[in-house]
Design a protein around this ligand. Structure first.
Ligand SMILES: Nc1ncnc2c1ncn2[C@@H]1O[C@H](COP(=O)(O)OP(=O)(O)OP(=O)(O)O)[C@@H](O)[C@H]1O
Ligand SMILES: Nc1ncnc2c1ncn2[C@@H]1O[C@H](COP(=O)(O)OP(=O)(O)OP(=O)(O)O)[C@@H](O)[C@H]1O
Ligand SMILES: [Mg+2]
Ligand SMILES: [Mg+2]
Lengths: 248, 248
């Protein structure tokens, strides 16, 4: 069972959009579980699950009120299940949440899914630490902007610290990935130049252009491969889904 | 002393960019204090303040290690001071932070500044509650996307709850404001249609277009009026700065 988290404590870089679309593309050939670890519940509403249809949430799983198997519910998309999030999850951001809770739960369903994709909140708090303790790969989404860079150092420090403290020996940053990329602008080239110095081997070749259909798909609660397979955003996510598997 | 917070728990909508640019524009005629309440410290680096130049931070003020007057430091821009943030602020997100801490500190400097502009983190946790308890106006930045809408209800509920619990009687949402707006797209029109039903009188007329110079300015640590006063983004922020004062 491959497990990957989309992470970046910088807000609005595309973590949720990527979680939904990568999970849905991999669900074409495999069984995929999407875990929404963001109290905003954007992955949950992004695949068309609304609050009244939710029985158990990620918070219930982390608090031990139910098993992850019970909380995982089918979506309207074949082979794609989700553990939905709800605002109550924000209450678990406090330091009392044991760091291995998500990991313990994922171990119980080892082999029942081929992929687990985890969408994380825009912070490096207790919820994200739980995510990093539970997965084997982290994909870092970046929107080319100054603040993406200042946050990356902190993100990498967090990953290294978790490895050093033996919290998760197999945790590896799979790669950095540009979203809403405009490679021809001076800003993008400035940012890319700065990032290449420190992270060059990790920067993936593929990137996702700005594409309004990606946003439209979320209004109707569908992944892009269902909403509009002709969209530029769809083709870019196909490339990303392939490259991530190659670099695993 | 007028006080305003830029808020939206949705990440990456433009809170920091707006905090810096509005503070800088108002500093043209008034004395302005920018308070960075986001542990990412993006407002701090966005006005060119780097970690080694920082003596006291927002966390020190909230923990009572120094007064806000001691922590407020001059920036390279006339009449603009900042209380800088540092990652350590994330540790205060826990429930033990008394809700009136920031308010008590701002009261000590009543009259020493004409404006206080507060940049908040992408969450509705303890830090943002401290912000809402301390300011009189909230400006909600929105990036036209599905997830902006789902989060707004929660934001308004939080504001109403603080008023009902007598935490801050003068707290008012000044308005909703579109950032990186593309008014001619179907997505923008869909989102605007949905938002108008619920929030119509609050939606401001002016909006900020997508403008790469706004991102470039942050790489060099300057507000847009210093970096490039010919930029489209600058003119849009001038309009916003005026409209906010009119609607105060
Ligand atoms: N390539 C793209 N082109 C156009 N719009 C995009 C693209 N990627 C993401 N978006 C839009 O940008 C907004 C932010 O994306 P998203 O919500 O996925 O980011 P996030 O990192 O999950 O945010 P948060 O930090 O709040 O969890 C959404 O409205 C989404 O529809
Ligand atoms: N109108 C705009 N045009 C182009 N780029 C913009 C615009 N507004 C903001 N940006 C860029 O978008 C990114 C997100 O903006 P910003 O950091 O201000 O959002 P935020 O809401 O403060 O994010 P966070 O939730 O992480 O605190 C930044 O890289 C910024 O430079
Ligand atoms: Mg998200
Ligand atoms: Mg910010």
């Amino acid at each position: 069972m491959k497990s990957i988290a989309l992470a970046n404590q910088k807000g609005g870089v595309g973590k949720t959009t990527a979680s939904i679309n990568l999970a849905s593309l991999w669900a074409g050939r495999s069984k995929v579980l999407l875990v929404d670890m963001d109290p905003q519940g954007n992955s949950t509403s992004g695949v068309g699950i609304f609050t009244k249809e939710v029985k158990w949430t990620t918070a219930d799983v982390l608090e031990g009120k139910c098993s992850i198997r019970e909380a995982a519910q089918k979506t309207g998309f074949a082979n794609l299940s989700i553990v939905p999030a709800h605002l109550g999850l924000a209450g678990l951001e406090a330091d009392s949440l044991p760091i291995h809770r998500l990991e313990e739960n994922l171990q119980q369903i080892e082999g029942e899914f081929d992929f687990v994709v985890v969408d994380s909140p825009p912070s490096l708090g207790r919820l994200t630490l739980n995510v990093f303790a539970a997965v084997e790969r982290v994909l870092v989404f970046i929107k080319a902007g100054h603040f993406s860079i200042t946050g990356l150092e902190q993100l990498f420090l967090t990953v290294v610290r978790l490895r050093l403290r033996n919290v998760n020996q197999s945790l590896k940053v799979l790669g950095l990935f540009y979203n809403e990329a405009q490679p021809n602008t001076r800003l993008h080239q400035m940012i890319h130049g700065a990032l290449s110095e420190a992270y060059s081997p990790l920067i993936l070749g593929a990137y996702i252009p700005r594409n309004v259909h990606l946003g439209e798909a979320q209004v109707v609660g569908e992944p892009i491969n269902f909403f509009d397979p002709r969209a530029r955003g769809y083709r870019a996510y196909l490339q990303l889904a392939e490259e991530v598997l190659q670099k695993w």
